[in-house]
Design a protein around this ligand. Structure first.
Ligand code: IPM
Ligand code: MG
Length: 384
């Protein structure tokens, strides 16, 4: 592997990637590829096909280097996020991440090493303090939403979730007699400021509204969030900020999803709210996410490892492929290439080239067939 300082990552130097493109330099991008568990490897394979097609069409080389994470990594190395995997991520331009999780750990609360620890360690060690989860339904799938079509049409919001703090990382433990346990929701003002600043940036680029979701009527850490956001508000005079308690927000996302534009919230509330948001689109299998922070960005679908489908070539690869689009856009600053991927995905949905979860009695394509179709569409399609 070529040793490459992460300072060269386009995340830190967006101008560099743009300049190289203007100069038509053929770039080689190093992609740390972490398929993980369950259906992770199958969906990652489709994203790799799609990126290779983009590379051929647009004159880039993507070099995929694979490394273990999650249960697979525990089995082979004893660690859910081995040091070698971290090293690879640190020295890459972006991380393509499948999914982690295995039922043999879910059903064993006493397991001391768990696949999820790998994901959390990766987020912490790469400094990925933000998780961006866009929620927008696809026109051709509107009728699949559990919500009425008129509520869903036009929904377009983004959840900006804090990812390396809060109750996930606060002090936790068990009483000596084992009969009590605790987790601490702990935030510093600095942690709140950096994620909220990102929320403001997104709001600036979108409809200039920012919704802060918390539980300030009960939690001291939420009151710190509000206080911090209120201190920041004067710096963003053109942005309208509103505050919502998380229980109320959970309700309103279902009742009036169109009302939301940019939502910024803590780690655990963001976990819950983004799952809720994702089903509005009709399938959890469709949504991508980007985790961005101090070091290399990680791009992964919102869905999990779907163990029941492992190896069956039936999982929906679209959430993963759209995560590759986010990787191109936010990780490598290849905006047109990201658009081409999204256009191919739209075309596949319109053409009914879809996996069984959304095929509704029509032909159910295999995971690999959807990947092949998308790659071909990118190579030969009009829009892509
Ligand atoms: C997610 C997942 C993870 C989280 C789990 C697997 C630890 O639910 O990325 O949303 O809670 O952050
Ligand atoms: Mg989650």
């Amino acid at each position: 592997m070529k040793k490459q300082s992460n300072a060269n990552s386009p995340i830190n130097q967006p101008w560099k990637a743009s300049l190289d493109r203007v100069n038509k330099i053929i770039m080689t991008y190093n992609i740390a590829t972490l398929p993980g568990d369950g259906i992770g490897p199958e969906v990652v394979e489709q994203a790799v096909k799609v990126m290779n097609a983009i590379g051929q069409k647009h004159g880039h080389t993507f070099k995929f280097t694979y490394a273990p994470v999650g249960a697979t990594a525990i089995d082979s190395t004893g660690e859910p996020y081995p040091a070698e995997t971290h090293e690879l991520c640190m020295n890459s331009d972006a991380v393509l991440f499948g999914a982690i999780g295995d039922p043999k750990y879910d059903n064993d609360p006493k397991a001391t090493v768990r696949p999820e620890q790998g994901l959390l360690k990766m987020r912490k060690d790469l400094g990925l303090f933000s998780n961006i989860r866009p929620v927008a339904p696809f026109k051709s799938l509107l009728h699949r939403s559990p919500l009425r079509q008129d509520l869903v049409e036009g929904v377009d919001f983004v959840v900006v979730r804090e990812l390396t703090g809060g109750i996930y990382f606060g002090q936790k433990g068990r009483s000596e007699d084992g009969n009590a346990a605790f987790d601490t929701m702990y935030y510093t003002k600095d942690e709140v400021r950096r994620i909220v600043a990102l929320g403001f940036d997104y709001a600036k680029k979108r409809s200039k509204r920012l919704t802060v979701i918390d539980k300030a009527n009960v939690l001291a850490s939420s009151r710190l969030w509000r206080e911090t956001v209120q201190e920041m508000e004067p710096n963003y005079p053109d942005i309208t900020v509103d505050y919502m308690f998380v229980d109320n927000a959970a309700m309103q996302i279902i009742q009036w999803p169109k009302k939301f534009d940019v939502v910024v919230t803590s780690n655990m509330f963001g976990d819950i709210i983004s799952d809720e948001g994702s089903v509005i689109t009709g399938s959890l299998g469709l949504l991508p996410s980007a985790s961005i922070g101090t070091h290399t960005g990680v791009f992964e679908p919102v869905h999990g490892s779907y163990p029941q489908a492992t190896g069956k070539d039936i999982a929906n690869p679209i959430g993963m492929v759209l995560s590759a689009a986010l990787l191109l856009e936010l990780g490598l600053n290849l905006v047109d290439e990201a658009k081409a991927v999204r256009a191919a995905v739209d075309a596949s949905l319109t053409a009914g080239v879809v996996t069984e979860d959304i095929s509704e009695g029509g032909k159910a394509y295999k995971t690999s067939e959807v990947g092949d179709w998308l790659a071909k569409e990118i190579m030969t399609g009009v829009k892509a």
